[in-house]
Design a protein. Structure first.
Length: 251
């Protein structure tokens, strides 16, 4: 099995070598670390050069929007060989850690940065579907790929983002007992627009729910998705890895 964890997080306190080693042992050959804070960007890029199959995205999570001042740091580091995307960026009205207006402005800055660098975008969208949709539609160029990561919206929203050219990414939530609606959405997503992620250390899939998540557990998400779609797991693994490589432009 050759699977791709398209979105997870690392922190300087993590046992990075152990996390990547365990992932590789479980068939996770490719990984992409999503950036969240300004403060960890440099650490991440330095650390990750040791691992050729681990790629990065750089950006500022909506929770951190309040700490954003300008794109200098990101412009300086965007040509680092591991950087394959801009993210995660977006809007989060559930936690609302940063004021809405500010979140929208930071989101727009990074979408314009993606237009300029031609890199794909990883979008975090929680309880903010209407605004996310409008901001993407009005600011992101048509030729720039984007994914709504950790998708938890309705079928209606799934269809709107797909029509706009988006990918949808699914994680451990898909395995939860009460996630019937998300499994129903998955069945309607064109197969070439599906990505999988762990979003670790958060949202561990069953049977690890409630524990600290890590990329090695990705197979449980794909297993549930294959069962939902009634296709062999190997086939879905192959399709989703191909999608991820296309999305991130990895040969
Ligand atoms: Zn997120
Ligand atoms: Zn994330």
């Amino acid at each position: 099995m050759n699977i791709f964890d398209t979105h997870f997080h690392l922190d300087p306190a993590d046992d990075v070598d152990g996390i990547i080693h365990r992932a590789n042992k479980c068939g996770v050959e490719w990984l992409l670390v999503a950036g969240t804070t300004i403060k960890n960007t440099k650490w991440l890029l330095n650390k990750i050069t040791e691992f050729p199959n681990v790629k990065t995205a750089i950006g500022v999570h909506p929770h951190e929007a309040i700490n954003f001042t300008n794109l200098d740091l990101f412009e300086k580091n965007v040509s680092h060989p591991s950087v394959k995307a801009i993210g995660e960026i977006g809007l989060d009205y559930f936690y609302d850690n940063s004021p809405t207006e500010l979140q929208i402005n930071v989101f727009k800055s990074f979408l314009n940065f993606a237009n300029a660098t031609k890199l794909p975008v990883i979008i975090h969208c929680r309880d903010a579907f209407e605004d996310c949709y409008n901001v993407i539609k009005q600011n992101l160029n048509d030729d720039i790929r984007f994914v709504i990561h950790c998708f938890t919206g309705s079928l209606d929203w799934a269809e709107k983002f797909i029509d706009l050219g988006g990918y949808l990414s699914f994680n451990g939530i898909l395995t939860f007992k009460n996630s019937e609606e998300i499994r129903a959405v998955l069945k309607h997503v064109p197969k070439n627009r599906i990505l999988f992620e762990t979003d670790s250390p958060y949202l561990a899939p069953i049977p690890y729910r409630g524990k600290k998540n890590e990329p090695a557990y990705l197979i449980h998400v794909i297993e549930k998705a294959a069962e939902t779609l009634k296709i062999p797991i190997d086939e879905l693994a192959e399709i989703s890895t191909k999608n991820a490589k296309t999305f991130y432009n990895i040969k």
